[in-house]
Design a protein around this ligand. Structure first.
Ligand SMILES: C[S@@+](CC[C@H](N)C(=O)[O-])C[C@H]1O[C@@H](n2cnc3c(N)ncnc32)[C@H](O)[C@@H]1O
Length: 417
């Protein structure tokens, strides 16, 4: 594996000890994300959208109403505090390798009165992680951590052993199109550093310029990030970001199953012209997502994985098999889908409101499909719903129509009863 240290002229190959030491020292010197009261108050928490996490990871299960949530690599605790406050019935455990980060988190916990979170110092590379933390977590979140871990595959295998059989794991990692990757050459071109207040000022100016070149507003770009972000994410020791297909491989080798990736799904949703869509249904979901990420690289991967589980046969092998699975609209409010009238042979413009993805989705759809989605509550199989609606539709046509929703997890499938 190669490591990239922005600010140096070339890629550096570090061994396990030097890499881990450098990472530890950078987060001890500059804890992330905050040291001050923003640890508690900052609500700009844009980690995995909880509704999407739930619908993708545990379709048909109640939403975060109880269970155990593990925050792996919690830093100074902002994510853990936000989750614990938003979902007071969850029992949250949060750990980080940095003693200083945990000290800060504990200090702010005392001030907050939030008591459904338990902070502790632990290392993702501890092979006995599950003995230390437990192996029955329903949810695990590991946001912006794995780039700083020497062996992400071992880390994921350890997290896998902490998951309950039906639990799911979220991994947030930068993609190859992340702005910090695109601006990297500017660091050596302008010999930037963070070594003195004057250099920090000049570094910010150059980063703002790069943000502008990337079309990102200056006040929302990398140049406007807190010093801890610049020191760790831009100048710190970390892995060079991997494309999605590498993460899919790492997940698989760690004994987990890739379920979905948010931004890949979103870019798939933007596919406007469906004339050649059939070709895509020749691929299985991980292969399709890898292809999408190659064609349109994500700036960030928000990946959901689980223990190996039965997934619907949405691959070309046997298109008839999927007729037995029970479709479920779980991520958005199915009851708000407009009712349409028989004979269901029109093509209509509809806009679905998908708050779990923070977006509205305008689509041109056959009215039978609108009705199909409206009735997809997970209680009946595809073939039962088709019979209920009373349309005469070819299996291949239905497969293609539903695949588009399935590949983005807007439509899930529960196993046959
Ligand atoms: C960029 S911060 C992310 C913090 C938090 N997840 C967030 O998004 O706000 C990365 C964190 O990973 C922690 N970390 C790095 N290597 C680790 C390891 N092997 N085990 C546990 N935590 C680790 C660091 O100490 C640091 O606090």
């Amino acid at each position: 594996m190669t490591f990239f240290m922005n600010g140096s002229d070339s890629e550096s190959h570090l061994d396990f000890v030097s890499f881990s030491k450098a990472v530890k020292s950078q987060f001890e010197t500059c804890p992330f994300p905050f040291e001050d009261e923003k640890v508690l108050s900052d609500q700009s928490w844009k980690i995995v959208p909880p509704h999407w996490f739930n619908a993708v990871g545990r379709p048909g299960k109640p939403f975060y109403d109880r269970g155990r949530f593990l925050v792996a690599g919690c830093g100074t605790g902002n994510e853990a505090f936000n989750i614990a406050r938003a979902f007071p019935n969850l029992e949250v455990v949060a750990f980080d390798a940095s003693p200083r980060a945990i000290d800060i988190a504990l200090r702010w916990q005392k001030a907050s009165g939030i008591n459904n979170v338990h902070f502790l110092q632990e290392d993702l590379l501890n092979p006995n992680l599950a003995q230390s933390l437990g192996h029955n977590f329903d949810w695990i979140s590991c946001h912006e951590v794995l780039a700083y871990v020497y062996d992400p595959q071992a880390a994921l295998a350890h997290l896998a052993s902490c998951l309950s059989p039906e639990g799911c794991l979220y991994i947030g990692v930068k993609g190859t199109f992340h702005p910090t990757v695109r601006l990297a050459p500017a660091i050596s071109l302008f010999s930037l550093s963070m070594d003195s207040p004057e250099q920090v000022k000049r570094t910010r100016e150059v980063l703002c310029l790069c943000d502008n070149l990337m079309g990102i507003p200056i006040d929302k770009g990398i140049g406007a990030q807190p010093e801890s972000y610049l020191k760790n994410h831009v100048f710190g020791v970390h892995h060079d970001p991997f494309p999605l297909h590498t993460w899919i491989e790492i997940i698989h080798n760690a004994g987990l199953q890739y379920i979905n990736s948010l931004y890949t799904s979103m870019s798939f949703l933007q596919l406007q012209d469906n004339r050649f869509f059939d070709l895509l249904t020749e691929l299985d979901l991980p292969t399709l997502h890898s292809l999408i990420d190659h064609c349109n690289p994500s700036f960030f991967h928000m990946i959901v994985a689980s223990k190996p589980r039965m997934t619907p046969p949405f691959a070309p092998a046997d298109k008839k098999e999927f007729l037995r699975w029970r479709p479920l609209v779980d991520l958005w409010d199915r009851t708000k889908i407009p009712a349409v009238q028989p004979p269901y042979n029109q093509v209509l413009d509809v806009t679905f409101d998908i708050p779990g993805l923070y977006r509205q989705l305008p689509l041109k759809l056959s009215s039978y499909l609108i009705e199909f989605l409206r009735r997809s509550d997970g209680s009946r199989s595809v073939s039962q719903l088709v019979a209920e609606i009373g349309v005469d539709i070819k299996v291949e046509e239905l497969f293609t129509a539903l695949a588009r929703f399935y590949f983005t997890s807007l439509l899930n499938f529960l196993p046959p009863l």
